[in-house]
Design a protein around this ligand. Structure first.
Ligand code: SAM
Length: 253
C-alpha cells in the first residue's frame, strides 16, 4: 500500500496515547533536545506534527515532510490554532526519499517512520536524501531500529489503547502478520464507540519492516555518514544487549 493511502484514520492518531502528544513526553523532549542545539530542523514523516509543533513552539524553524494528505490535514488543523507558530513551521508534501528542499539542515530526524522503509534500496534512497540536505555539522537521528533480527511471531489484532472524550470512547487495535524474514503486515483498527455501539471504524493494513543497526551502519557509510551514538530509549540510555529498539545518531564521517 502506498504511503498516501495509509493513515486515513489521521483524526484518531493523536488519541492513540494522549501522553505522546504532550510536549513533556520523553520522545518529544528527546528530539527537541537536538533541535534546540541545532537551531533548525527537518522532520521526515511528521504525521500530525506531534514533534514538529513542539519544536516550532520553541521558535525553532522546522520543516516537516509528510506524504499522507490526511495526516498533513490533521497537522495543519493543529497548527492553524496556533498563529504564533506560523513563522517557524513549514509543511511539505513528499516522502523522505523524494523530497527536495533548497537548503540544508543542522538536524534531520525520523520519528516512528523507518518501519515504512521496507527494503535496503529504499533505506539507501532515504539516506542519500538525508545526506543531500544535511549541513556540514548536521546530525541525523532515526529510531525504531532493532539490535538483532526480531522474533517472527504473528500477533492477532488486540486493543492497545482507549481514550474517552465526553461520551465517546476511541479504541485502537494493533496486530502483525509476518510476510517473510524482513517484512510484516501491520493491521490497525480504530473505533469510536457510543453507548456500547461502534459508530465509526477504520481498518488499515500496511507493510512494515525492522532494520538491524548493523545493516544501518553499512548503509550510512555508503552515503558518507557514520554513527555517533546508539540509544535504547528516549532518555539517552546507551544501547545494551537487551535493547528492544535502537535509536541512532549519525553525522558526517
Ligand atoms: C507512525 S507515524 C509517525 C508520525 C510522527 N513522526 C510522530 O512521531 O508522531 C508515521 C508517519 O510516516 C509517514 N510516512 C510513511 N512513509 C513515509 C516516507 N517514505 N517518507 C516520509 N514519511 C513517511 C506516514 O504517512 C505517517 O504520517
Amino acid at each position: 500500500m502506498a504511503s498516501e493511502q495509509q493513515y486515513l484514520h489521521a483524526h484518531f492518531y493523536d488519541l492513540l496515547d494522549s501522553s505522546r502528544v504532550d510536549p513533556a513526553d520523553a520522545s518529544v523532549r528527546f528530539f527537541l533536545h537536538y533541535a534546540l542545539r541545532a537551531g533548525n530542523a527537518l522532520e521526515l514523516g511528521a504525521g500530525t506534527g506531534r514533534v514538529t509543533l513542539a519544536i516550532a513552539g520553541q521558535h525553532i524553524p522546522v520543516w516537516a515532510v509528510e506524504p499522507s494528505p490526511v495526516m498533513r490535514a490533521a497537522c495543519l488543523v493543529k497548527a492553524a490554532q496556533q498563529p504564533h507558530l506560523y513563522p517557524f513551521f513549514t509543511l511539505l508534501p513528499g516522502s523522505a526519499q523524494d523530497v527536495r528542499i533548497n537548503r540544508s539542515f543542522r538536524f534531520i530526524y525520523a520519528s516512528g517512520v523507518s518501519m515504512h522503509w521496507t527494503s535496503e534500496d529504499q533505506w539507501h534512497a532515504v539516506l542519500e536524501n538525508v545526506a543531500r540536505h544535511l549541513a556540514d555539522d548536521g546530525i541525523f537521528v532515526v529510531d525504531n531500529l532493532c539490535l538483532t533480527p526480531p522474533e517472527h511471531n504473528d500477533s492477532p489484532l488486540a486493543q492497545v489503547s482507549q481514550a474517552r472524550l465526553g461520551e465517546i470512547e476511541y479504541r485502537t487495535y494493533f496486530g502483525r502478520t509476518w510476510i517473510d524474514k524482513q517484512r510484516y503486515r501491520f493491521h490497525t483498527r480504530y473505533e469510536a464507540v457510543y453507548q456500547g455501539v461502534v459508530i465509526e471504524a477504520y481498518e488499515d493494513d500496511s507493510i512494515g519492516s525492522f532494520l538491524c543497526q548493523e545493516t544501518c551502519y553499512g548503509l550510512l557509510k555508503e552515503v558518507g555518514l557514520q554513527v555517533r551514538a546508539a540509544y535504547q530509549d528516549f532518555s539517552f540510555t546507551l544501547v545494551s544487549d537487551t535493547a528492544e529498539q535502537v535509536i541512532l545518531e549519525a553525522g558526517w564521517s
